[in-house]
Unconditional design. Structure first.
Length: 335
């Protein structure tokens, strides 16, 4: 196939009439050889390539001017293509014209200074933007995990990884004891919550969950269980050298200081969450409670239906949860 495209190239150059469709095919063939992720290739193949071929394919490369290219973008905009589609198309077009320049097929990139048209924000747009402030996107979450894993403590990485993958309330998470973790069947039993009097570390009590339906057993990703085994090992090592360890079997126990072994403080974890986001330049006003919405976003991205999500986090009446679900579902459909 590549040889045939090269022959087309040579003939087109002889005729001085290289069609953009030929250039697009040549570039995409080369692009697929250099990109590892099939999802990235598929995104370009389904979103950008068809529109570029449809609107610009029959133009000779040398006839595409910045004005013609801008009119192409304007046409997509008028046809109500989404913002993400327009941006993807523009990125791919720039790459194609850059490829043509590098191969001395042209000396200009008509997409270089093109402007992607933007619609005036509606009230619904502003509401969606506000909604996006209540959770981390998949990309943001990966950046957050990487930072916490490499720049902070094993305990904090374990806490935020578990919150992200389970959607537990922070009180439920802090109440977890090792007998609640089933490493063999890869489940976690959620059957209590931790309450503190005036946030005093040594004064706490375990109470029933928020509602009867909050009692549940959930499947957990092996990545979380592997991380929990890491902190379990650390706890055992600390107990050997610190006889005063408050050994009441808590999973997320403090691993240093005078209150070693006591359940971590939700207030302290909340402060650290804000600090870590600030370090990453992320201004979203996330709280530990809102971190549940991040779990909802992950499940939605993975194609889990709303009823299954409600069953997992046991929050059937959460309007925000449904909004997050619908927002991400609609976004995926528009891509």
């Amino acid at each position: 196939m590549l040889l045939n495209l090269c022959n087309e190239y040579l003939q087109a150059l002889i005729d001085n009439n290289l069609l953009s469709s030929t250039l697009i095919d040549q570039w995409f063939t080369q692009y697929k050889l250099s990109v590892v992720k099939n999802s990235t290739i598929l995104n370009k193949q389904t979103t950008a390539i068809p529109n570029l071929r449809k609107y610009l394919g029959q133009y000779p490369l040398m006839k595409i001017t910045p004005i013609i290219y801008q009119e192409f973008l304007n046409t997509l905009f008028t046809d109500n293509y989404s913002k993400s589609t327009l941006e993807t198309v523009n990125i791919v077009a720039k790459l194609i014209f850059k490829y043509a320049i590098e191969n001395e097929l042209t000396d200009r990139n008509p997409a270089q200074h093109a402007v992607v048209p933007k619609r005036l924000k509606t009230i619904d747009d502003l509401k969606e933007e506000a909604l996006e402030q209540s959770y981390l996107t998949k990309k943001e979450l990966l950046q957050f995990w990487e930072y916490v894993k490499t720049k902070t403590t094993t305990l904090d990485y374990s806490i935020f990884l578990t919150l992200s993958y389970t959607g537990m309330r922070i009180g439920e998470l802090l109440a977890l004891q090792w007998e609640d973790i089933d490493f063999i069947n890869e489940t976690i039993s959620i059957n209590k919550t931790l309450f503190r009097h005036e946030n005093r570390i040594e004064e706490y009590e375990l109470t029933p969950p928020k509602t009867k339906k909050s009692n549940r057993i959930i499947l957990v990703d092996s990545l979380v269980l592997e991380q929990l085994s890491v902190i379990q090992f650390e706890q055992e090592e600390i107990k050997k050298i610190f006889p005063a360890y408050h050994d009441t079997n808590f999973v997320f126990a403090k691993l240093e200081g005078n209150f070693c072994g006591y359940p971590e403080s939700r207030r302290a974890i909340g402060f650290r969450l804000k600090r870590y986001l600030q370090k990453l330049g992320n201004s979203k006003p996330l709280t530990l409670h809102k971190f549940r919405h991040t779990h909802v976003s992950l499940l939605t991205e993975a194609g889990v239906d709303l009823q299954a999500i409600q069953e997992r986090i046991r929050h059937e009446d959460s309007k925000t949860m449904r909004k997050v679900y619908l927002h991400i579902t609609n976004y995926k459909r528009s891509k």
